[in-house]
Design a protein around this ligand. Structure first.
Ligand code: F6P
Length: 466
């Protein structure tokens, strides 16, 4: 059976490119290479008019990418996906901006993707669709007679019905989930929330992990996503030996000072501003720590055309500037916010050097930085992970210091506890965390999901007129 992956963004690898360590894109590519397959989605480019997908072969994988028009990028990607669904799914009703034009654009792009994909499908393909941009895609495929097994993985949180229901047309969108054979989510909470939405809004009935809506049955299950732990561990270990990685420069610039590290896309769901405030609070409550530790926050800009992201960009500069001015010294800057992306090599080095990994999103589907930080530690002298209870990762990583990111005081005290933690306790916590992330790594995730999807019962195509 051929595997077909559909995701919002698709990057066609260079012919000579070797797989970089870790990452979802690499894991999916490996799954495709193993059994042969097709990867379909947006090229990331914009052009004036839509055209047939650009099809490129790389070994036994076919990449089929389509450009968006500027109007589609505005309505489907920036508008409905990232100004309505993203904040809503992250429980941020106050930031949710709904527009009927954007919703129409979102549905139209899903329809267009469905039409383009149908021309590339074979009868025994297994189709695996990713992310909130493409929720109605299976319904569009079914409407056109596609009877293949179709799975969906929702990488971000799914909120309770009371929150999701605030979205106009919530029940219409929720009902399209029933077109899938398998829906994967990050946690049991997300599973319960999605099921609750379908029961409340679409009259679904539940039988164990199966949802029934009308004649359709959908399996709904949690598959916590992982990382390539072994590859990341090797990267971090190699960074210690390398003379060229930023790790060496970090050593020179920090001297003996301790390091707390945060790595996130510049996104309000990540709690970056709240984290800076908590670090400031930590320095105020523990003046003996001033000059002895610094926070490095790496925050590559993201979705900068969305106004809420532009505002966060401004706000994070303002807060870091204010705290540095109030708490810094002529020879010590407490907070460094670096708004650029680093290679995985460099990140592995930063994680390895940092005594504390600060992962405090206000809400997050999983948060793979938490897992990368643990994978990168020196087993003989590991750092401590401070983790938000609202990250999916907290469901698996209970040996981290679990905090409420809304509670500045609690996060500040967790930083203090982490910095002062005796080595024996650090090692004990690290070993448990490492075992967990190694047992549920990215290979495990891909295999488990595909095993369930490919075992789903064959389906009758449902042809809906129109
Ligand atoms: O799952 C969240 C997600 O949409 C990922 O698929 C994506 O890599 C990331 O957020 C970044 O988003 P964007 O493609 O909008 O830059």
């Amino acid at each position: 059976m051929r595997l077909v992956i559909v995701s919002n963004r698709v990057t066609i690898p260079e012919r000579t490119e070797k797989a970089a360590a870790g990452g979802l894109a690499v894991a999916l590519r490996e799954a495709l290479e193993k059994q042969g397959g097709l990867w379909f989605g947006w090229s990331g480019n914009v052009r004036e008019a839509t055209s047939a997908p650009n099809v490129v072969e790389r070994g036994n994988v076919t990449y089929a990418v389509t450009d968006l028009t500027e109007a589609e990028r505005q309505s489907y990607y920036l508008g409905f996906s990232n100004r309505a669904l993203w904040p809503l799914m992250h429980y941020r009703l106050g930031l949710t901006e709904f527009s009927r034009t954007d919703y129409a654009g979102y549905l139209a792009v899903n329809r267009r993707f469905a039409k383009a994909l149908i021309g590339l499908l074979r009868p025994d393909d297994i189709i695996w669709i990713h992310d909130y941009h493409l929720i109605p895609l299976a319904a569009e495929l079914r409407r056109r007679g596609v009877g293949n097994r179709i799975g969906y993985f929702h990488h971000i949180p799914w909120p309770p019905a009371e929150v999701f229901g605030a979205l106009p047309f919530a029940s219409t969108l929720a009902s399209t989930v029933a077109a899938y054979d398998l829906v994967g989510l990050q946690t049991q909470t997300d599973v319960a929330n999605l099921m609750g939405c379908l029961v409340a809004m679409c009259g679904a009935s539940i039988n164990g992990s199966r949802l029934r809506v009308g004649r359709r049955q959908t399996q709904v299950q949690a598959f916590p996503i992982g990382i390539d732990v072994e590859a990341f561990r090797k990267l971090a270990a190699a960074s210690v030996r390398s003379a060229t990685t930023p790790l060496k420069a970090t050593r020179q610039s920090l001297g003996e000072r301790k390091l707390v590290v945060g790595v996130d896309r510049l996104d309000y769901s990540k709690g970056i501003v709240q984290r800076l405030e908590a670090f400031g609070q930590f320095l105020r409550s523990h003046p003996d720590q001033r000059g002895r530790v610094g926070l490095l926050q790496i925050a590559p800009p993201s979705r900068s055309d969305v106004p809420e992201y532009a505002e966060l960009d401004r706000q994070s500069d303002e807060v870091a500037g204010r705290l540095n001015a109030a708490l810094g010294e002529f020879d010590w800057t407490p907070i460094r916010v670096v708004k650029k992306a680093y290679s995985r090599n460099a990140l592995a080095g930063f994680y390895r050097r940092a005594q504390v990994g600060l992962v405090t999103p206000m809400r997050d589907g999983m948060n793979l930085v938490a897992k990368e930080y643990v994978a990168a530690q020196d087993p003989a002298d590991p750092g401590v992970l401070v983790l938000s209870r609202f990250a999916g990762a907290a469901h698996q990583m209970g040996e981290a210091l679990i905090v409420n990111p809304f509670d500045t005081h609690e996060v500040a005290e967790a930083i203090r506890t982490a910095l002062a933690m005796p080595k024996s306790e650090r090692v004990r916590r690290f070993e448990k965390l490492y075992d967990t992330i190694a047992a549920t790594d990215i290979g495990w995730w891909t295999r488990s999901y595909l095993a369930v999807l490919s075992g789903a019962a064959p389906l009758e195509p449902e042809i809906v007129p129109g």
